[in-house]
Write a protein of this length. Sequence first.
Length: 291
Amino acid sequence: MSKDPYEKIDEQVEPQVQDRQPGLETEMTPEPIYDDESYKGSGKLDGKVALITGGDSGIGRAVAVAYAKEGANVAIAYLDEHQDAEDTVKAVEAYGVQAMKIAADVSDVQACNQLVADVIGEFGKLNIVVNNAGKQFPVDDFLDITPEQLKVTFETNIYSMFYITQAALPHLEKGDSIINTSSVTAYRGSEELIDYSATKGAITAFTRSLAQSLSEKGIRVNSVAPGPIWTPLIPASFGAEKVASHGSDTLKERRGQPAEVAPAYVYLASRDGSYVTGQAIHVNGGDYISS
């Protein structure tokens, strides 16, 4: 029996760290798998326009590529990872759709308003909003979480979802979709990521509540809760030893790849998920088994 290609790349991961948040995909060894060649699009998102925050790398890049395979035009928002963003645009355009990149600090409400305005100006509409941008800052002691860290984490991870969604909502119509990136930490907790986990718990409640609020408009709201996925956030957050063992304690005994998460976002954005709203899809290799 041939070895799973995802297992092969997991064995190639070297101990590594990055000294900036949210990290750079171009500096990872090896780079994450964001395009699974076995995944063939079937026009599930033909004619749609998607906005993906944190779309330059990691899960955001994989979702952008998967959406492109399904026929959607894609706008990605990113902070300042310009080369990563350019690489993602090229990967998206390779599937014959349009792509645009916008550098924006999604923790700022005015930047979010302008971001959505730019997407509408370019494509004339918006159908899918993927709130995916995030930061995390591990600490060994709860008392080490500073007010400054707390502010940055909440403003980036959850405030941004309010800002982006409020800016996008006037442009969304019946059948459109909002998908929020949560985390396994929202469900099992994390002793060294208490503030991050708290934002992800807030995202779960935000998703459920917004789904109720928008049901009459026919707009579905869901979340994806990834486990240990090989993204720039990992070497940007943890020490080399933890990076090397990342994901080894899951039932799959390895980290996941962004390409393994992206199909969940396709499902939730397409008619395949037409009867799904207010829910979370857990893609975590058995890191946590939801009740």
